[in-house]
Design a binder for this molecule. Structure first.
Ligand SMILES: C[S@@+](CC[C@H](N)C(=O)[O-])C[C@H]1O[C@@H](n2cnc3c(N)ncnc32)[C@H](O)[C@@H]1O
Length: 279
């Protein structure tokens, strides 16, 4: 079986896994990813057998994303049936028709399998796999320029379902981890990054923005978990603001390859920080 994210996700950690692996604690009890997104680290750890015998908790504030995880966990075959229909109907007109569904007051009452199929379909066909909603909470990303996008991979969805079979998956704010995590548990935080500069494009994943106040709130949660005796690791941007905030912790630098970079001096490599409360 092949275990990897079933969606493209901004800030996905696929390209950083080999640098993150040596930074993990050697031993830990249960595993938490409170900003799960595409779940790249979760799927990697699962495929390596690191999570065997441990409880796994995956949270995210994005309801449509978490609904999709739950549907993949419980109803993968029904989801595949729906995805086949989306694949057959795909066209520019169909994309915009499906994108409009969330403008309907009854959207949240639509069958959850169909909602998950819509989420995956939009993710695979929209511009760069972005997830962006407007002030009213309506998905507003334009169609991407793929000739014949592959909307689903049956094996990937079935293996994701298998990997998720015992996972606790919740729509939750990251602070929920404080209610569940105990001593020796491992928490990996991968929040929306603090922006590199005032002018850098900031992607809002949901209608909530994640700037100074949210970063400081996350720091408080990090500290609380540290006091409880948990192992905590966090990815964030390599900025003075973040390095100052976490100055009492161990900060490692890792490098992410960026393919979209108009500035020559960037040379496609961007440094990021990994903050840890353990050696
Ligand atoms: C950088 S992405 C995570 C990427 C993920 N590690 C991956 O490999 O794809 C950040 C995630 O945080 C979620 N998020 C934003 N604010 C949140 C909050 N207050 N609580 C929990 N999740 C939140 C977003 O919906 C998004 O999925």
């Amino acid at each position: 079986m092949c275990f990897r994210p079933f969606i493209k996700w901004v800030g996905g950690k696929k390209g950083l896994i080999s640098q993150l692996m040596p930074l993990l604690p050697k031993n830990f009890n249960n595993y938490f990813e409170p900003f799960v997104g595409g779940g790249a680290l979760f799927f990697e750890l699962y495929s390596l057998g690191v999570l065997e015998g441990k409880k796994v908790y995956l949270f995210d504030i994005n309801e449509e994303l978490i609904n999709t995880y739950q549907v993949i966990k419980h109803f993968p075959s029904k989801l595949l049936d729906e995805l086949k229909k989306f694949q057959q109907k795909h066209s520019k007109e169909f994309y915009y028709e499906v994108r409009e569904w969330d403008r309907d007051n009854d959207f949240k009452n639509i069958d959850k399998v169909l909602r998950a199929a819509r989420f995956i379909y939009l993710n695979k066909t929209c511009f760069n796999g972005l997830y962006r909603v407007n002030k009213k909470g309506f998905f507003n990303v334009p169609i991407g320029s793929y000739k014949s996008p592959k909307i689903y991979d049956e094996k990937l969805i079935m293996s994701a379902s298998y990997a998720l079979k015992d996972a606790n998956i919740e729509v939750a704010d990251f602070s929920r981890v404080l209610e569940v995590a105990k001593e020796n548990d491992f928490i990996y935080f991968d929040p929306p990054y603090y922006p590199l500069s005032d002018t850098s494009n900031f992607t809002s994943y949901t209608d909530l923005v994640f700037l100074e106040d949210e970063q400081k709130r996350l720091y408080q949660v990090f500290k609380e978990l540290d006091k409880k005796g948990c192992f905590v690791m966090e990815s964030n941007s390599d900025t003075e603001f973040i390095k100052n905030l976490y100055q009492e912790y161990k900060i490692e630098i890792v490098y992410m390859h960026r393919f979209i970079n108009s500035k020559k001096e960037g040379r496609g490599k961007i440094s990021e920080v990994v903050i840890k409360n353990y050696q």
